[in-house]
Design a protein around this ligand. Sequence first.
Ligand code: SPV
Ligand code: MG
Length: 309
Amino acid sequence: SKNISEEKLERQNLHAGTTPEIRKSKLKRLINSKKIVRVLESHSPLSGLIIEKLNMPSNDEFIEFDCMWSSSLTDSTLRGKPDNQSVEYATRINWINEIFEVTTKPLIFDADNGGRTEHIKYIVSSLERIGASAIIMEDKIGLKKNSLFKNQKNAKQDSIKNFCKKLEVATKSRKSDDFLIIARIESFILGKGIDDALKRAKSYLKSGADALMIHSKLENPKEVFAFSKKIKKFNEKVILISVPSTYSSVSEKQLIKNGFSMVIYANHLLRASIPAMINSAKKILSHQKSSVIEKDILKISEILNLIQK
Ligand code: SPV
Ligand code: MG
């Protein structure tokens, strides 16, 4: 019937260019072609769609987000759980499958510390199979605690030897070089200095890391810029990633100037939605009717048509 063939066309359109292989290879191509790859957190199919569709004029070009970040923090928060690996990989990967049903952009997976070395090959293979483009593993051990907590008292960093082994296992288990293995250095988070960060960076690159994410919870980019300057002297081509959650006044221009080729806005869509939900609930409760928030929220006619058939 007409309806069925129309639906087929819609589906073919949605999936045009979105085989797992094509999606997976996109990130590497973006890194090779753009000054900076712009990544935004996606915690749901709807937030993925927002990232997928948004583009805006800026000077003479159109700008957009290039890639999605699957954040352990926002995936956990969304489920009302702390960011301590209590949400299993399998749950998060199922959710990514749903995000992938309605998007075509690449995705980077935040795997915390990657779990046990013996299990890494399974998470790498699950991610590659669905078409994710990269895994980021951090060099911490023990019970996971989010890096942005001021108090990191019980957090411990892995030995260089052990973490290098994890990187080697990850690079050996991937089926294609398009899937990137990214090492995340937590030296600054744990109060260690730049020498520790640099020593780790060099070892992780030797063990096959395709890129380095250097994390910091300072309110300015001083320590990450000191790091980028030194590591670029060691290896000009190294791909550096910044996650400016606490030093959020840094601009993409400054990041490029300081040698970064990727920026991850790691939690912003979920953080934006929480005050909006709380304020709406508060107003309905205090006025005991909902007309008071009509002007702040999406119109019924708009939500009905938000998702095209
Ligand atoms: C996340 O988004 O889960 C991250 C980045 O790992 S951070 O919250 O800064 O640790
Ligand atoms: Mg995380």
